[in-house]
Design a protein around this ligand. Structure first.
Ligand code: AKG
Ligand code: FE2
Length: 207
């Protein structure tokens, strides 16, 4: 499917979709390659990675990637997450309080097209996705009734993808499996939770 041509802005930001809350935008280089590599190595080694399962269509399926999650007030917060949060906060004014980390070990790991769990997210607040490690494509697909086309964005190490809360109702996003020889990739998803909500509802440790 042909990709649409996103608008390129003077800052280097690419606006992928516009809405009243900032839409979906991509900044190829939030931090430099050396910083991204340092954070990757440290998190790959030391984050609290877990294999999870979830119920889907009355079956239990393995989540095809490893996951770690922290409240941003956690005393166990890895140093790279503290530094990454500062880099994100320098360009995004949002009261992030949680981070979900994904580790895609190779091209067989993925996340299926989805929108982030609106029941758990504070209205009006964005989701900030920082990428580290090998490049993987993100595919962003308008939901039925939303204008625009499917977009494929290669997420560079050190890049930031910012998605508005509103965009979770208009678009799905996913990281498809690939047959290309790719090494591991880590993403950090900074979010603002609704008080008392559980971002990992429906997930449990793999047996
Ligand atoms: O790895 C990514 O960039 C996307 C992750 C994602 O969509 C999620 O954690 O909800
Ligand atoms: Fe997501």
């Amino acid at each position: 499917m042909p990709a649409s041509q996103p608008a390129l802005f003077a800052t280097g930001d690419v606006l992928l979709f516009e809405d009243a809350e900032g839409g979906i935008r991509y900044r190829p280089s939030l931090v430099d390659a050396a910083t991204a590599a340092r954070w990757f190595e440290s998190l790959h080694r030391e984050a609290g990675w877990r294999a999870l399962q979830r119920e889907m269509y009355e079956r239990t399926v393995d989540v095809p990637r490893l996951i770690a999650s922290y409240g941003l007030d956690s005393p166990q917060l890895p140093v790279p997450v503290v530094e990454a949060l500062a880099a994100v906060r320098a360009v995004v004014d949002a009261p992030f309080d949680s981070v979900g980390l994904n580790l895609y070990r190779d091209g067989r790991d993925s996340v299926a097209p989805h929108n982030d769990t609106l029941h758990a997210l504070a209205p009006g607040q964005p989701i900030a996705l920082l990428s580290l490690g090998d490049v993987r494509d993100m595919v962003i697909t308008p939901k039925p009734g939303t204008r625009g086309r499917r977009i494929r964005v290669p997420l560079e190490p050190g890049s930031l993808l910012l998605m508005s809360h509103a965009s979770q109702s208009t678009h799905d996003h996913g990281v498809p499996k690939t047959r290309d020889a790719v090494g591991p990739r880590i993403s950090l998803a900074f979010r603002v939770r609704l008080p008392g909500s559980d971002l990992l509802r429906g997930y449990r440790p793999a047996s």
